[in-house]
Design a protein around this ligand. Structure first.
Ligand SMILES: Nc1ncnc2c1ncn2[C@@H]1O[C@H](COP(=O)(O)OP(=O)(O)OP(=O)(O)O)[C@@H](O)[C@H]1O
Length: 206
């Protein structure tokens, strides 16, 4: 079993408090939306939960089979899709997926070809990612995270750059592939987080 706990976590950059005193307890099958206006600290909180930046105070723990996972192993249990995370754009789609799934086990033993089909990018498999449109890149980033066999999925602005078809696609893959994991979303779009049972409005933690 896997869970995520945060106890009274706070983050300050220089003199600016970004959030104060947030506590979380999430088990598999539970999802959390972090909401707030531009600059309210959504991405900062996602980065802290991923272990990429340190907290000012408080503690975050990944718990696996009743044991606290050491920080240097957190990355093995999580996958993240975010606008500030780039993928190697010189790869074509097949190469990028093959490269990524050398490091992360694919969910439910799904094959690269199946992922390309789900992405409806079959006609673009040999094109370098640098030539993809922003919406195509966004779907690829989401797929890299969602099809990784990890218990914790972090999605920052998941439908940015997606058109109506892409948003429907996002909603479908979220309901098909994420229901048994912990999902944390940073978002202001209700359509992105309507499935989340827990919501944190960062304005309440200043
Ligand atoms: N490395 C940093 N050093 C100093 N300040 C930072 C740093 N990273 C972020 N900030 C500040 O923290 C605040 C929150 O930024 P953050 O990117 O977390 O907001 P956000 O809610 O994700 O915004 P948006 O909706 O625009 O993406 C901003 O005032 C930002 O300038």
């Amino acid at each position: 079993m896997f869970s995520l706990r945060a106890e009274a976590i706070s983050k300050r950059f220089q003199y600016e408090w970004i959030f104060k005193n947030i506590s979380l307890n999430l088990n598999l099958g539970e999802s959390l939306a972090i909401t707030g206006g531009n600059g309210s600290g959504k991405s900062t909180l996602i980065k802290a939960i991923s272990g990429a930046i340190p907290l000012t105070s408080g503690k975050i723990e990944q718990i696996h089979n009743s044991h606290s996972v050491s920080l240097d192993l957190w990355h093995q249990n999580l996958a993240i899709s975010a606008p500030y995370l780039e993928v190697p754009e010189e790869f074509n789609l097949s190469e990028l997926l093959t490269f990524h799934f050398k490091f992360k086990k694919p969910l439910r033993e799904i094959s690269i070809e199946e992922i390309i089909d789900i992405l409806y990018l079959g006609d673009h498999r040999n094109k370098p990612i640098s030539q993809f449109s922003s919406g195509m890149k966004q779907r690829v980033k989401l797929a890299l995270a969602i099809f990784s066999d990890v218990p914790l999925i972090l999605l920052d602005e998941p439908t940015s750059n997606l058109d109506k078809k892409g948003i429907n696609w996002y909603q479908k893959i979220v309901s098909t592939y994420l229901s048994d994991r912990i999902v944390i979303l940073a978002t202001n779009e209700e359509r992105e987080y309507e499935f989340c049972k827990q919501i944190i409005a960062l304005e309440d933690y200043k």
